[in-house]
Design a protein around this ligand. Structure first.
Ligand SMILES: *[C@@H]1O[C@H](CO)[C@@H](O)[C@H](O)[C@H]1NC(C)=O
Ligand SMILES: *[C@@H]1O[C@H](CO)[C@@H](O)[C@H](O)[C@H]1NC(C)=O
Length: 223
């Protein structure tokens, strides 16, 4: 290979690689924020999220493959750059319905632009015990149980490769979002579970022509 050719070759290679270097995320690993396997993920996730949200380049909060407990949590923006929450583990909710605010969601995201939730995680709402203590499927006059997920006022966001399991109530509430996509989103609930609808979408579509949702895949639901 003569010298000129190899210089051209190396520059071309650099140009090819450059976009992938630019596209890399700054990673915020929850183990660096005190998150430990089989432990309570809540405060380490809150702190990693806060740091990632402040990042001026695209960030990724990373939760490695393991099982974690998670109390009711609210992760809000606005963030300074696109943010991804990549969770590979099993996330387990408290069993006791009294550990949740009435009529709320277990994991709630709000006011973020360019958010991605990904990683193949299963969020287990531990509804099996809560359903037995609740009669909301028979009467309106009852204590509402928590839903697994709430997405409020999120723009340009993707929920990909996530399973919502045994939510205590409906699985997902989507409120006032613009351009939110659910892709490979699975819902698991036994047929005898009361009132575990899949995704509720609220928002005034007539007032906002930008309000769109895409459900790319058939919801997998047994109820
Ligand atoms: C979402 O888009 C709307 C309309 O453009 C805007 O008013 C709102 O501030 C955006 N929200 C975020 C979190 O960027
Ligand atoms: C919707 O959001 C996705 C993910 O951020 C983005 O790639 C796409 O361009 C957005 N679509 C519109 C019409 O803004």
């Amino acid at each position: 290979m003569d010298a000129n050719f190899s210089i051209i070759y190396i520059s071309a290679l650099f140009l090819l690689l450059a976009p992938s270097i630019i596209a890399q995320h700054v990673v915020f690993d929850i183990t660096k924020y005190g998150g430990a396997p089989n432990g309570d993920l809540t405060s380490s996730l809150e702190r990693a999220w806060k740091a990632a949200c402040e990042s001026t380049s695209a960030s990724k909060v990373f939760v490695p493959k393991n099982t974690y407990n998670l109390r009711q949590i609210e992760l809000n923006g606005p963030c300074k750059a696109p943010i991804e929450l990549h969770i590979e583990g099993n996330i387990v909710a408290p069993k006791d319905p009294n550990q949740f605010d009435a009529n709320a969601q277990w994991v709630r995201f709000g006011y973020v632009d360019s958010f991605t939730l990904s990683g193949g995680a299963t969020f287990d709402g531990q509804g099996l015990t809560a359903w037995k203590q609740n009669n909301c499927h028979k009467t309106w006059n009852c204590k509402k149980l928590s839903m697994n997920f709430g997405f409020n006022f999120m723009n340009n966001s993707i929920i990909r490769d996530i399973t919502s399991k045994h939510s205590k109530h409906f699985h997902v509430n989507v409120l006032g979002c613009r351009n939110i996509t659910f892709s490979k989103f699975s819902i698991e609930a036994p047929a005898e579970s009361p009132n575990t609808d899949g995704i509720h979408i609220l928002g005034d579509q007539h007032k906002s022509k930008y309000f769109t949702q895409t459900l790319e895949q058939e919801m997998i639901a047994s109820h």
